[in-house]
Design a protein around this ligand. Structure first.
Ligand SMILES: [Zn+2]
Length: 304
C-alpha cells in the first residue's frame, strides 16, 4: 500500500505538476491618494511608502535568489490601483500567488508586532504560507508575532483575500503607531530583515509546493543597480568550488546570500555577498550582524 500513501503525499504538494515556473503578484498596500496608516511621530514614512519599500526588497530577493520565479507588482510607484483593480490583476493575469504587504496602526501606541492575514483557515495553502511567514518573523527576525488572523479575527473581510482565486496572504509588518516599531520599519535595516523573513518563508513554501520546479539559481550574475550611486556589499567568504546557497550556515543568516563567479587567475572562483546597500551605515550594521552569526571575517566592499 506504500505507493498509495506516496501518491497522496506528492499529489498534495504537486498541485502544479508539469508547471515550469511560478508567478507571484506582490501588492504594496495603499499608494497615491491613499496613504494608509499615518505615523504618530515626525520623520517616519507613511504606510504606503514603507509597504512599497519592503515590497520592492521582497521582489528583489525572489527574482535574484530563486530561479523560475516571475514577480509582478500591483504598483511600483506612488499610485493607487483600486482594490477591484488589484483583485482583477491577480485573477486575470493568471498569477499563482498573491502577497499583499501592509503596515498596521492602532490608537494604542503600546500595541506592536506582526500579523499575517488570510481569508479563512480553509484556505490551506494560504494558511501554511502565513504560518511560515509568522514563524520567520518570530524565530529568525526576532519580531513579536501576533500570529495568523482571518476575517473572523479582525471582524471584517479584506477584499484582496476574499476575491482572489489563488493562495493569498496579507502581511502586516508591524505597527507604525508604536514608536520603536515605527523607527524599525522606517529604517533600511529593519526593512531588509522583514523582507528577508518574507522571502525565506516564501521560498520554503514554493519548494514544498512545487517539488518539480528547480528554484536553485544557476551562477548568479552581478546585480546591477539603476543609479550611478556607489553601493556596498558585504563579502562573507570566497571558495574554490561552488558552495550551495542553501547550506545551513547561509540559511542561518537573516539575509539572502548571492554567489558571484569570478574570472581571473585566483584559485578562489566564487565570492559570496550580501547586499547591495546604498547607505554605508546600514551596510555596516548588516556586516556586524553577519560577523556575529558565523562569518567573523565578513568585510565591506564598495562598488563600482
Ligand atoms: Zn494597510
Amino acid at each position: 500500500m506504500k505507493w498509495i500513501a506516496l501518491f497522496l503525499f506528492s499529489g498534495f504538494f504537486a498541485a502544479a505538476t508539469g508547471q515550469q515556473s511560478v508567478t507571484i503578484l506582490i501588492d504594496p498596500g495603499h499608494g497615491g491618494k491613499d496613504p494608509g496608516h499615518l505615523p504618530t511621530e515626525e520623520g517616519i514614512m507613511q504606510e504606503k511608502e514603507i509597504a512599497l519599500a519592503i515590497s520592492t526588497k521582497v521582489g528583489h530577493y525572489l527574482t535574484h535568489n530563486l530561479a523560475n520565479v516571475n514577480v509582478i507588482y500591483t504598483r511600483t510607484d506612488d499610485t493607487y490601483p483600486s482594490l477591484d483593480e488589484r483583485v482583477d490583476m491577480a485573477n486575470l493575469k493568471n498569477v499563482d500567488y498573491m502577497l499583499s504587504i501592509h503596515v498596521n496602526g492602532s490608537e494604542n501606541p503600546s500595541i506592536h508586532g506582526t500579523e499575517t492575514h488570510i481569508h479563512n483557515f480553509e484556505a490551506k495553502k494560504s494558511y501554511q504560507w502565513a504560518l511560515l511567514i509568522e514563524d520567520q518573523f518570530k524565530n529568525r527576525a526576532g519580531r513579536k508575532s501576533r500570529g495568523v488572523k482571518t476575517g473572523d479575527d479582525i471582524g471584517h473581510s479584506i477584499q484582496v483575500l476574499k476575491f482572489t482565486q489563488m493562495p493569498t496572504v496579507l502581511v502586516e509588518c508591524g505597527f507604525i503607531t508604536n514608536s520603536d516599531e515605527a523607527r524599525y520599519l522606517n529604517s533600511v535595516y529593519g526593512q531588509e530583515i522583514i523582507a528577508s523573513a518574507i522571502f525565506r518563508a516564501t521560498r520554503e513554501m514554493l519548494q514544498k509546493s512545487h517539488p518539480g520546479i528547480d528554484f536553485v539559481p544557476s551562477e548568479t550574475v552581478a546585480v546591477t543597480t539603476d543609479t550611478d550611486q556607489p553601493y556596498y556589499k558585504i563579502q562573507i567568504m570566497s571558495s574554490i568550488d561552488s558552495v550551495s546557497l542553501t547550506i545551513p550556515e547561509f540559511k542561518k543568516l537573516s539575509y539572502p546570500v548571492e554567489r558571484i563567479k569570478i574570472e581571473g587567475s585566483s584559485i578562489y572562483k566564487y565570492k559570496y555577498y550580501i547586499g547591495p546597500y546604498t547607505d554605508k551605515h546600514e551596510a555596516k550594521k548588516v556586516q556586524k550582524d553577519v560577523q556575529a552569526n558565523g562569518f567573523a571575517d565578513a568585510f565591506l566592499v564598495a562598488f563600482p
